[in-house]
Structure formats: structure tokens, C-alpha cells
Design a protein around this ligand. Structure first.
Ligand code: NAP
Length: 479
């Protein structure tokens, strides 16, 4: 903790907030304050924007190979410091150290992936169909970007945006979530060490997000917003982006269905459920939110899932052998408690968990609910906690209709041994991603994103860099 930066990173310098404001960062496992960091105000945000704007032209002209090598060096430094970064992440966010190490590797991989994409930005040339005109097509960075990230994956949500922005030649202002700013500040220091020029990345930590972001979005100098967070905040930022016609990428909330058919391999389904539900204590946009299980296997599935959930060890993420860390804060835990209470009131049976432990920290036990009423609030609310809610279904058409009956469409999970059914159901689900007999879809080489109110655009994969590039078409007569 002692070497972790706690100031704003602007124009390559570490600065206090102009008005001297600071804010605390808490440890969710104890409720204690870890440290205080700079709390940026509108003046600091304008300074960060100015640094990004000033650096843009020269950065756009940098050789793609040079940008690629900065990312590659940063990838290697991150991996070398896995342990240090994992401890920092666990301290501010709560996830067990093993999961934090996994996230460090996942986060670093975005830099390796985009270091490879930086040198593959294509263009085109040709004669147009009329035979009289030529076309020259080039791709250029979209310009200075505002990147806003959530707290649940403190490092990976940053690298998933910073990687393609650097590869494309964009400069940026990053505003991380106030609960988990330390991972982003550590990342900025690593990128500086890897040779990123001053002003290309600027990091403003703040407790006044709305106050500092809205002027940037309306001001006309920021050309792109890449946001990951809740649908409600995404909608607000889309409206704010409309005025200056800012290009947007939106990775928003989910409400993932997890469908287990009668011909599923139940071992695979339970393994998949453990990952889809319990990765990150259930605090993931990809978390299975609604378990639809065929009535003929529902009891057996519920029994096995409860058995596996019931033996997970809950405790501080730094302690050996812990599987489930604390939730992010008291508000997050309060929401989970209220959703479970509502489901139980409407007739759900608690197979395991369901009771908040005494003592400090924001812990909540792995919980399985069955006989959940379709009217329960958790059917149309992201639970964001370690709670699996099981409902039953009778036939394929019915379960597809119910799975699609939500404004969200990020990911769906399908468990069946039948190939025809697997493809048919996957194609009919209104989601951007499908996990077929698996509970994990995230991979830097695959396009991540959703449909409907789960977002706009994709991150990662071959298309991830496109979000940060514009086409320019040049017309020329054939002579
Ligand atoms: P959130 O409340 O929407 O916040 C996300 C970020 O937006 C934070 O940095 C937050 O800072 C900032 N923010 C909030 N209001 C703002 C405003 N008016 N102007 C500018 N910035 C603003 O979401 P969260 O609770 O941190 O994260 C959980 C949500 O993220 C879930 O819905 C989850 O599904 C979603 N998520 C989606 C993906 C995906 O890829 N689709 C990945 C991870 C998470 P403040 O807290 O200071 O307001």
C-alpha cells in the first residue's frame, strides 16, 4: 500500500486536487479506511481534458509499432507484479486473492491482445463502380476519450478500454469507480513506466462523478465515451452525450438466464452454475440471475447446487482458503438482503444461506432459493450477490419466451446435450453472448457486449479496436 499512488495523474504528473479535497478508500472486509486519495473537482477534470486534447495530435501520429510495444511492455510489467496488484485489488474490492490474481492475468491479456491489434489497423483502396473515381480509405483515432469504469473488476474494466484506445492512437481521461480507484492509479504508473507519453492517459479519481463528467461530455472536445456500469447511469450519460454528438460504447447491466434442459449433463450444469453465479461473489454483469430448470431435474439440480454452495468458505479475501469475500459495501449487501426477503415473502424456499452474518465487513453467504415466484423482484433486478434463484419450466418455447422477457440482453447460459436444441435455443435468445454448457464467456479475444438495454458496441476481440477508430474516405478521379 505504501507505494501505491494516491494522487491524480494528469499530463504525466501526480497532482493533488486543485481544492485540496481528498476521499477515503475503504476495505469492504473490515469497513476500515485503507487510505485517502485525491478527490478531483471540475477544475481538475478540465486540466485532465486539456492534457488529453494537447497530446492527441502527436499521439495519433506515433508509429503503430511504438504503441504496440508500450502495451506489450505494460502487459509484462503487470504479470511481473501479479501478487502486488492482486493484494491491492483484494484490499479495495474484497474478492479472494485467487480471484484477484485471475483478474490480473485477464486484465493484462487485454494489453497483449491490443498490442497485437495496434499493428493490424487496416485501410483500403480501389476504383469505384463507375470506373471514373478512386477511393482511398484510412482509419484514424476517434480522438480524446472519456473512460468510466465500475468497481467490480477494478483492473480489467480499465485495460479493456485503455488497451484499444492506446492501440488506436486515442488519448484519454479515465474516471474509475470511487470504491476501487487504487488499481487504476497503479495501472497509470505501470503505463508511464512502460513509456506511455505524458497526457495520453489521465486519471481523475472523484466522489463527484456527475459534476466533473457532464461538462466534459457536453463540451465538444471529448469525442468518445466508453462506459461500463449500470443501465440507469448509461442512459443518463447517453443523453448527456447527445448534445455534442459524442460517440459512445456502453457496457451496461445484465439479467442473465441460466437454462438447464432435461437432457443436460447435471454435473456440467452445476459446475457451470458455480462459475456463472459465484465468479466475483456474484458481482458480475455476466452473473446468472435467473435459473430456469426443467421441472423433471429441478429438485436434483437444486440439491446439488445447494450442496456445493453450502461448503464455500466466506471470509476476508486475503485469508487462505476463502472462496467468497465481502460484497462491495453496505448498500450492495442491503440490496441483496431485500431481494432475498422479497422472494421468500412470495413463497421461495431457502435451500442454503439466506442469513446475514453478524460482525464487521459486508459479508453475505452463498444462497440457493427454489420455488421462486416469477413475480419476485429479483427476476427483473440484477442481484449482484451470491444468490441463485431457481424457477422451473415445462417446454422449450416457454423457457425462451421467459428468458427473453426482460429489457436486458447481455449473456445467456444454456445446458443441454442435444446439438440441435443447443443451436436452436442459442439463436433464439436475445443476448450478445451465449455460454453453451459453460458458465464462463469472458475472453479478451472475443467480442464482449450485449443487446437491448445491456449496451451498445463490443469490447475485446477483433472488433474492440473499431470502437476507437473512424473511417476517412478520400475520393479522387481516375486520370
Ligand atoms: P454505476 O453505479 O453505474 O457506476 C459505474 C461508474 O459510473 C462509476 O465509476 C460511477 O462513479 C460512474 N457514475 C455514476 N454516475 C455518474 C454520472 N452521473 N456521471 C458520470 N459517471 C457516473 O455501476 P456500478 O455499481 O459501479 O457497477 C455495477 C454495474 O456495472 C452493474 O449494473 C453491472 O452489470 C455493470 N457492469 C457491466 C459490465 C459490462 O461489461 N456490461 C461489466 C461490469 C459491470 P460513482 O460511483 O462515483 O457515481
Amino acid at each position: 500500500m505504501t507505494d501505491t499512488p494516491t494522487q491524480l495523474f494528469i499530463g504525466g504528473a501526480w497532482l493533488d486536487a486543485a481544492d485540496g479535497a481528498t476521499m477515503p478508500v475503504d476495505d469492504p472486509a473490515t469497513g476500515e479506511i485503507l487510505c485517502h486519495i485525491a478527490d478531483a473537482g471540475p477544475k481538475d477534470a478540465r486540466l485532465a481534458e486539456e492534457a488529453a486534447v494537447q497530446a492527441q495530435e502527436e499521439w495519433a501520429r506515433t508509429a503503430p509499432r511504438a504503441r504496440s510495444e508500450i502495451l506489450r511492455r505494460a502487459y509484462e510489467i503487470i504479470l511481473d507484479r501479479t501478487d502486488e496488484l492482486a493484494h491491492l485489488m483484494t484490499a479495495e474490492m474484497g474478492k479472494p486473492l485467487g480471484e484477484a490474481r485471475g483478474e490480473v492475468a485477464y486484465a493484462a491479456e487485454f494489453f497483449r491482445w491490443f498490442s497485437e491489434e495496434a499493428v493490424r489497423i487496416d485501410g483500403g483502396a480501389g476504383v469505384l463502380p463507375d470506373g471514373r473515381n478512386r477511393m482511398l480509405l484510412s482509419r484514424r483515432p476517434v480522438g480524446p476519450c472519456l473512460l468510466i469504469t465500475p468497481w467490480n473488476f477494478p483492473l480489467a474494466m480499465g485495460t479493456r478500454k485503455i488497451g484499444p484506445a492506446i492501440a488506436a492512437g486515442c488519448t484519454m481521461v479515465l474516471k474509475p469507480a470511487p470504491q476501487t480507484p487504487l488499481s487504476s492509479l497503479a495501472l497509470a504508473a505501470i503505463l508511464q513506466e512502460a513509456g506511455l507519453p505524458d497526457g495520453v492517459l489521465n486519471v481523475v479519481t472523484t466522489s463527484r462523478a456527475g459534476e466533473i463528467c457532464e461538462p466534459l461530455l457536453r463540451g465538444g472536445r471529448i469525442r468518445k465515451l466508453s462506459f461500463t456500469g449500470s443501465t440507469a447511469v448509461g442512459q443518463l450519460l447517453l443523453a448527456q452525450s447527445a448534445q455534442a454528438v459524442v460517440r459512445t460504447s456502453m457496457e451496461l447491466g445484465g439479467n442473465a438466464p441460466f437454462i438447464v434442459f432435461e437432457d443436460a449433463d447435471l454435473d456440467k450444469a452445476v459446475d457451470g452454475a458455480m462459475v456463472a453465479k459465484m465468479r466475483n461473489m456474484g458481482e458480475a454483469c455476466t452473473a446468472a440471475n435467473r435459473f430456469f430448470v426443467h421441472h423433471s431435474v429441478a429438485e436434483e439440480f437444486g440439491r446439488r447446487l445447494a450442496e456445493r454452495m453450502g461448503v464455500l468458505v466466506v471470509g476476508p479475501g486475503t485469508r487462505d482458503g476463502v472462496d467468497v469475500g465481502p460484497l462491495i459495501d453496505r448498500t450492495g449487501r442491503g440490496k441483496v438482503e431485500a431481494l432475498v426477503a422479497d422472494a421468500v415473502e412470495r413463497g421461495a424456499r431457502v435451500l442454503v444461506g439466506g442469513r446475514t452474518p453478524e460482525g464487521p465487513g459486508c459479508f453475505y453467504p452463498p444462497t440457493v432459493l427454489t420455488d421462486v415466484s416469477p413475480e419476485s423482484r429479483l427476476m427483473d433486478t440484477e442481484i449482484f450477490g451470491p444468490v441463485a434463484a431457481i424457477l422451473t419450466f415445462d417446454d422449450e418455447d416457454e423457457v425462451i419466451r421467459r428468458a427473453n422477457d426482460t429489457p436486458w440482453g447481455l449473456v445467456g447460459y444454456v445446458f443441454t446435450e442435444g446439438l440441435d436444441r443447443a443451436l436452436r435455443v442459442s439463436e433464439r435468445l436475445e443476448v450478445g453472448m451465449v455460454g453453451l454448457n459453460t458458465g464462463l464467456v469472458s475472453n479478451p479475444a472475443a467480442p464482449f457486449g450485449g443487446v437491448k438495454q445491456s449496451g451498445l458496441g463490443r469490447e475485446g476481440g477483433r472488433v474492440g479496436i473499431d470502437e476507437f477508430l473512424e473511417y476517412q474516405y478520400l475520393a479522387m478521379p481516375v486520370r
